[in-house]
Design a protein around this ligand. Structure first.
Ligand code: FMN
Length: 162
């Protein structure tokens, strides 16, 4: 069965280092990129008053179309970017309200592409992704870190990853 992959870009800028770091990967492997900046979704709301924003239609279309979700984020303050974190927080809607949609995440693959100006990153960076995948019933299949200043070598690195 075909394993359809998507890169979900979460950066404060759509043409920054994270976007550049995934451009060659996306082209080489023909993987579609979804830029979270093109969608409007707000912080998690305990009262679910924001269920009509872009989050639900976006995650539903991702679930329908793809088997592997590759989250691409810069390192901001030792963590994933703010927009990526807000996107992850909204998964709570899938656990508390839109449960049927949430269940459809089960069995899908999750992966991460991070970047900063360093060659490597502490592996604890990936724990929130690993644990979230686990909680959602997804398979965490690994993360890679790219140095934004040495993006030319990314093609070689990515071979191990996909
Ligand atoms: C708000 C902010 C916080 C950052 N925090 C870190 C950090 O904790 N560690 C690090 O190595 N780099 C940090 N950086 C550098 C970014 O990881 C790096 O510049 C990255 O390539 C930016 O990608 P972007 O262009 O997609 O935003 C930070 C940059 C910003 C803007």
């Amino acid at each position: 069965m075909e394993n359809k992959k998507v890169i979900i870009l979460g950066s404060s800028r759509s043409s920054g280092n994270t976007a550049k770091s995934i451009a060659a990967i996306s082209e080489k492997y023909n993987i579609e990129v979804i830029d979270l900046n093109n969608y409007t979704f707000s912080y998690y709301d305990y009262e679910s008053k924001n269920l009509d924003d872009d989050f639900l239609p976006l995650i539903i279309s991702i679930i329908e179309k793809y088997d592997t979700l590759i989250f691409a984020t810069p390192v901001y303050w030792y963590n994933m970017s703010g927009i990526m974190k807000v996107f992850f927080d909204r998964f709570s809607d899938l656990i508390r309200v839109e449960k049927e949609t949430g269940r459809k995440l089960k069995g899908k693959n999750m992966s991460v592409i991070s970047n900063s100006h360093s060659d490597s990153i502490d592996k604890t960076f990936y724990i929130p992704f690993q644990k979230s995948a686990d909680y959602l019933g997804m398979n965490y299949i690994g993360g890679i870190h790219l140095n934004a200043d040495k993006l030319k070598i990314e093609d070689k690195i990515i071979l191990d990853f996909i």
